[in-house]
Ligand binder design. Structure first.
Ligand SMILES: [Zn+2]
Length: 242
């Protein structure tokens, strides 16, 4: 019988993890939703204020402060004075892990199971907290490791690498210019069905025609058909110049 002897590797080879590093496996669904929301807010290159988080999660600002404090204590968030919070490296890793699960699930439901793109977000919102990383990796492999979800959002790799290239909105494209649709919002089923009926989805090329002043409708040609799209809707459609 050999006594259990903890083996120690030299410190130089394996730097010790900071004590505050949380075990990501233990995160609850609400925690994952907070981290995802803060990640989204930070994409706008700013710290997440309590009100931003409350607005995104559709909860009262008063209930946000306590959770934010707990997440900071766990080393997932860091306070930025007078501005709000930002994800720490550990918080960002956890957020991207949940985002990967969400987007792989959406892609799998569409590609492997034939779901329409307006019926996958709600399922993914639930399953993203339950699926194991192994299941997600297998789902991604089964559909050829897609780079984006059905709405055009980039899928982080399992190592947490994600394409964060900012894109302009269709609402900001000049009259006469052509653009390629990159991504549309995924949270409004009705909007997705409407966009689908117009033939607007990622990869499609469009040309912007007349733009009414004062945020009025924008004329957009998709293939041979000319559509009038409201300014608010056009603001939710991301494009790259073509
Ligand atoms: Zn979604």
């Amino acid at each position: 019988m050999t006594a259990h002897k903890p083996s120690r590797r030299p410190r130089s080879a394996t730097p010790a993890r900071p004590a505050a590093e949380p075990r990501l496996i233990d995160l609850t669904a609400p925690v994952e939703d907070y981290l995802k929301a803060i990640y989204d807010i930070e994409l706008g290159d700013r710290a997440a204020a309590t009100n931003d988080i409350a607005h995104r999660l559709q909860i009262a600002p008063a209930s946000v402060s306590g959770m934010v404090r707990r997440l900071a204590e766990q080393g997932l968030l860091a306070y930025e004075r007078y501005k709000g919070v930002r994800l720490t490296d550990a918080g960002r890793r956890a957020a991207l892990r949940t985002i990967r699960r969400h987007r792989v699930i959406e892609a799998y439901l569409v590609k492997a199971l034939g779901y329409p793109w307006d019926q996958v977000h709600t399922e993914a919102e639930r399953l993203e907290h339950a699926a194991s990383d192994e299941l997600i990796d297998r789902m991604a492999a089964a559909i050829g490791e897609p780079l984006t979800d059905p709405h055009g959002a980039p899928i982080p790799t399992r190592d947490g690498v994600i394409d964060e290239t900012p894109h302009s909105a269709l609402a900001d494209v000049a009259s006469g210019a052509a653009a390629r649709i990159v991504r549309v919002g995924d949270e409004n089923d009705e909007m997705l069905r409407y966009l689908d009926s117009l033939g607007i989805r990622p990869g499609v090329r469009v040309t912007v025609g007349d733009r009414a002043p004062f945020d009025g409708p924008i004329s957009v040609r998709v293939g041979p058909v000319q559509h009038q799209i409201g300014h608010a809707l056009a603001a939710k459609i991301l494009v790259e110049s073509d």
